[in-house]
Design a protein around this ligand. Structure first.
Ligand SMILES: [Mg+2]
Length: 420
């Protein structure tokens, strides 16, 4: 059955033709726009988009938005099949981390990616990927991967709900977990390090990841201080591409001496020869993050000898399909994969946990939404005890979205396309 009204109660035609749809707070696409591609009995009927900003606590350099706004931007996606079954996903753009924003995510999802999925068989996720590749062609790699991840996650949830299987069961893997979390230290001065560590410890955290760059001298002191305070924890340094190749070669051995275990994203990802030099130097295992989106460049970068591993995050890799394949590639190549994220809230975090649990993540995961976000949209929150988080169980992502909570969050988020 086609629904003839949007969430705002507007007639469908009027809603879809209103270019101000996003100004209303959410956008919807209904069946009828695309009718080819589906092969099963159930079809995707509509896709609703909900732009939000989660409230945050503490300082994290990535949460500053336009016009001085602050908060964790996310588009929550609801895919409804024509039998009424619903799948949830989430796109989690961070303008200060890559080029995707809440606004660009909404436009790309509403105008390019979601329309080609309406009318399709929701279980045919590979077919959906091919359709999305045609709608928004790849450049060096998959286009707008963070926006796209939300649809891939929602398709996985919907496929699981339709077949009564968890993601792990769909993949033929165990559920896994619980998973250990790592506390993020984004220190602006050395004086605040002790307090930041203490805050994490009081919450039961035993492992810490530090944000480093652009100042190598500060970074070595920071690492030494954290290592002194946490002698036995797994100490993971992420430079977010903030060093020059020369700086990185100089600081990597010093960070190793200070007690760092792995160095992530020392350089911008297009510094290919720089990555090769760092791996050859061998002072620390070199992980990539920002520059690995699709399995294709991962295979190429491995062949070029650029990395010892990857900080995996489905939110960066255009979703679960790509991230799962990349974990398999890394495992087969004997390389490291660590669990990471983009401060993924609720739905995106649940998807990430399902993936990491199924593939038996061992090291503490830098999934820091429980540290930085102060609100959620779930009926039952994810289960956390100290620094251990359970992998959700049940069909699809194993979570249920509280639509009243979601609507309240949408209401207090500025309309897309408008200044704060
Ligand atoms: Mg990173």
């Amino acid at each position: 059955m086609k629904k003839e009204t949007s969430d705002q109660g507007l007639p469908r035609r009027e809603f879809l033709t209103a270019s101000a749809a996003t100004a209303l707070g959410s956008a919807a696409l209904a069946a009828g726009a695309v009718t080819d591609g589906g092969s099963g009995n159930v079809k995707i009927e509509r896709i609703d988009l909900f732009p939000t900003r989660y409230r945050t606590v503490g300082f994290f350099k990535f949460f500053q938005g336009p016009g001085g706004s602050y908060g964790r931007a996310a588009v929550t996606l609801k895919i409804t099949a024509d039998d009424g079954t619903v799948g949830w996903g989430q796109s989690v753009p961070v303008a200060r981390w890559s080029y995707e924003t809440l606004d660009t995510s909404m436009i790309v999802l509403r105008d390019y990616l979601a329309p080609v999925l309406v009318g399709r068989d929701p279980v045919d996720i590979a077919g959906a990927q091919a359709a999305m590749d045609k709608a928004l062609a790849p450049a060096f790699t998959t286009g707008m991967p963070i926006a796209r991840a939300g649809l891939d996650i929602a398709l996985h949830d919907l496929a699981g709900k339709l077949t009564g299987r968890s993601l792990a069961k769909m993949w033929g893997l165990p559920r896994g977990g619980p998973l250990q979390l790592s506390w993020t230290i984004n220190a602006r001065t050395l004086d605040e390090v002790d307090k930041l560590i203490d805050t994490g410890r009081k919450r039961g955290y035993r492992n810490f990841n530090i944000k480093v760059a652009p100042d190598p001298k500060f970074d070595v002191q920071l690492a030494a201080r954290v290592r002194r305070l946490v002698p036995n924890g797994f100490l993971w340094a992420d430079a977010n591409g903030g060093y020059s190749p020369a700086e990185a070669l100089e600081v990597a051995p010093k960070l190793a001496d200070a007690g760092v275990d792995v160095l992530e994203a020392p350089l911008r990802p297009n510094r290919l020869s720089g990555y090769r030099a760092l791996k050859k130097q061998g002072a620390l295992p070199i992980l990539m993050d920002e520059g690995v989106v699709s399995p294709v460049e991962l295979e190429e970068f491995i062949r070029l000898g650029m990395l010892d591993g990857v900080a995996m995050k489905p939110s960066r890799t255009a979703g679960l399909s790509s991230a799962k394949r990349q974990i398999e590639i890394l495992r087969d190549a004997g390389l490291m994969w660590l669990g990471s994220g983009l401060c993924d809230p609720d739905v995106s975090l649940a998807a990430t946990l399902c993936l990491f649990g199924a593939f038996g993540l061992k090291k503490p995961a830098a999934l820091n939404a429980p540290q930085f976000l102060t609100e959620d949209i779930l009926k039952e929150p994810l289960k956390i005890d100290g620094d251990m988080i359970e992998v959700p169980d049940g069909p699809g992502l194993g979570i249920e979205v509280d639509e009243a909570k979601l609507a309240a969050m949408v209401k207090k988020t500025r309309p897309v396309g408008k200044r704060e």
